[in-house]
Design a protein around this ligand. Structure first.
Ligand code: IMP
Length: 179
């Protein structure tokens, strides 16, 4: 079972469920504080941010509306950084609204750069990013994320929504996958 206690042989636990929960609580508190009196639209990026956003909305005190985009990036194996394509767009109109993008991980930054460009032209009142993980050593374009859960080294990670070939998303921790 994906969520069973001992990690599969090729996976080394990097961030435990308890550490994730603590980070999600901290991020939720920061978001609630910063957006007090406002109602940002949370835009999560499928599929990687699915687990993160599900936990985040349960920690947020504010009752924020939710929408999502499906974005695919073409890379090889554990390397993203190919071209990025918006596969499914928002249903909500974001003009003059506060928008907070919720993403699993910022790696090269190419995915979020594309998403930001795609959304900015619709003139939202504000556009910010909340990413659970960031791998700054891999960045190819600069991304200014207001909320970041963990800064991690250059390793391919799985679990808590993150996949390798659509596997391991259900793991309750974040682990490094041996190449
Ligand atoms: P970027 O465009 O290179 O920043 O990559 C963003 C996307 O690549 C993320 O939303 C993930 O879906 C995927 N990705 C990047 N690094 C990892 C990783 O270590 N594990 C799993 N997916 C990753």
């Amino acid at each position: 079972m994906a969520g069973s206690d001992s990690p599969p042989p090729k996976i080394r636990v990097l961030i435990t469920p308890e550490q994730i929960q603590e980070a999600v609580r901290r991020l939720a508190a920061e978001i609630d504080r910063d957006y007090a009196g406002r109602t940002p639209l949370l835009v999560f990026i499928m599929k990687g941010a699915l687990v993160f956003v599900a936990d985040l909305i349960r920690e947020l005190r504010g009752d924020y509306p939710l929408d999502f985009m499906v974005v695919s990036s073409y890379g090889t194996g554990t390397r993203s950084g190919g071209s990025v394509r918006i596969v499914a767009d928002l249903k909500e109109d974001i003009r003059d609204r506060d928008v907070l993008i919720v993403e699993d991980i910022i790696d090269t930054g190419l995915t979020l750069a594309e998403v930001l460009e795609h959304l900015r032209v619709r003139q939202p009142a504000s556009l910010e990013i909340c990413a659970l993980l960031s791998k700054p050593s891999r960045r190819r374009v600069e991304i200014d994320a207001r909320y970041v859960g963990f800064v991690i080294p250059d390793a391919f990670v799985v679990g808590y929504g993150l996949d390798y070939g659509d596997r391991y998303r259900g793991l309750p921790y974040i682990g490094v996958l041996d190449p």
